[in-house]
Design a protein around this ligand. Structure first.
Ligand code: ADP
Length: 352
């Protein structure tokens, strides 16, 4: 079907171009003859001469139109072939941009760009599925193993039973958190704007988040160093609290026992900033860029305490709130995560 269609296109193009060239050459022939002073068929009818002239022009027209048609049609055939490959899932296919005319070059460049983009989305999807499956499989295997032990071994002491049940509880909680994070992240990927319009006290919200995590920083005997300016902020309160909880949890998790966790909230250059600093191990420079990727965990020793989704969530929420998140870290000294949000109070005053 496709071959027949392209043959039809080639034939129509060739016939059309041949007729155009034949017509042009016939008229040109007649003009030259009349200029040379010979009788033109118009003066004295010479049908065989006219036919001969037209035939000669048609031959010349064909000789020119064949390569010209090929020049225009072959790239179209290449594009059609490449599209078929993309349809079959091959995102490696590219069309040679140097072999096409300027007009088709734009189309070919657009096509190559589109396939490249599709390829990276596909890679991202495959990566996501494999990470997702791996992250889900590990706790499930652990839950299964300990549940089996509990069922099969009657000689387990009360202490051992409690220990196994605690592991099952922790792992199922990890699974549940991961499922919620994946769901939230997927929802946020399809969201273009957070709900806003609500004013709330940011410093109060941060204090509430710290209270929520009290058991964890108390367990680690951390000293809290807080400098929270009184700030009213407009935005999606619930979503923003996800950022603070994630950053504070990481700060606690990566702080050494008895360390200091510093939290600041202040206004600077028209922005509202929140920073969380710990004095933990820090992040190697070559890994800093990746820590905002889904499922990425730079530090394997804390792997079981998280799932590598927290910072990806923070970044997405900050983006949706028209803000940004940055990190400064030094190995052995600690890390500071800073979130900057537009100060809507200024925008509101300016627009009045
Ligand atoms: P996780 O659940 O593993 O903490 P995150 O997305 O929150 O996932 O963080 C990704 C990775 O970034 C972590 O696994 C860790 O390697 C690194 N990271 C995040 N916060 C800190 C921090 N405060 N100090 C050191 N490393 C950190």
């Amino acid at each position: 079907m496709k071959t027949r269609l392209s043959i039809r296109i080639v034939t129509i193009m060739m016939v059309f171009m041949t007729l155009v060239f034949a017509g042009v050459f016939t008229l040109l022939g007649l003009y030259i003859i009349s200029r040379m002073g010979y009788n033109t068929p118009g003066d004295d009818a010479h049908p065989p001469f006219l036919i001969l002239l037209f035939c000669a022009s048609s031959v010349i027209g064909t000789l020119i139109s064949v390569p010209l048609t090929r020049y225009f049609v072959i790239p179209i055939k290449d594009i059609a072939k490449a599209m078929d490959k993309v349809k079959e899932g091959d995102f490696e296919v590219r069309i040679d941009e140097t072999q096409t005319s300027a007009e088709l070059g734009v189309l070919v460049r657009g096509f190559n760009g589109m396939v490249e983009e599709l390829g990276s989305i596909e890679l991202f999807r495959k990566d996501f599925i494999s990470n997702f499956s791996h992250e889900f499989k590990t706790p499930i295997t652990s839950i299964r193993g300990f549940a089996k032990e509990l069922l099969a071994d009657d000689t387990l002491s009360e202490g051992q039973k409690r220990e196994y049940l605690q592991i099952i509880f922790d792992e199922s909680e990890r699974l549940s958190n991961m499922a919620s994070n994946v769901l939230l992240l997927t929802n946020l990927e399809h969201t273009t704007k957070l709900s806003g319009g609500k004013w709330f006290s940011l410093d109060e919200q941060i204090r509430r988040c710290l209270l929520l995590l009290e058991r964890r920083w108390m367990e680690k005997e951390l000293e809290l160093d807080l400098e929270l300016d009184e700030i009213y902020c407009e935005g999606d309160e619930e979503m923003l609290s996800h950022i603070w909880v994630n950053l504070l949890s990481n700060g606690i998790k990566f702080s050494p026992r008895g360390g200091v966790l510093s939290v600041r909230c202040y206004k600077a250059d028209g922005d509202i900033c929140v920073s969380v600093s710990d004095r933990g191990q820090g992040i190697p420079q070559d890994k800093i860029e990746k820590i905002f990727d889904r499922f990425y965990q730079a530090d394997t020793s804390h792997q079981s305490d998280g799932n590598g989704l927290g910072l990806a969530l923070c970044k997405r929420i900050a983006e949706l709130a028209e803000g940004s998140i940055s990190v400064k870290s030094e190995l052995g000294k600690g890390s500071t995560f800073t979130v900057s949000l537009k100060d809507k109070a200024i925008t509101h005053t300016e627009s009045k």
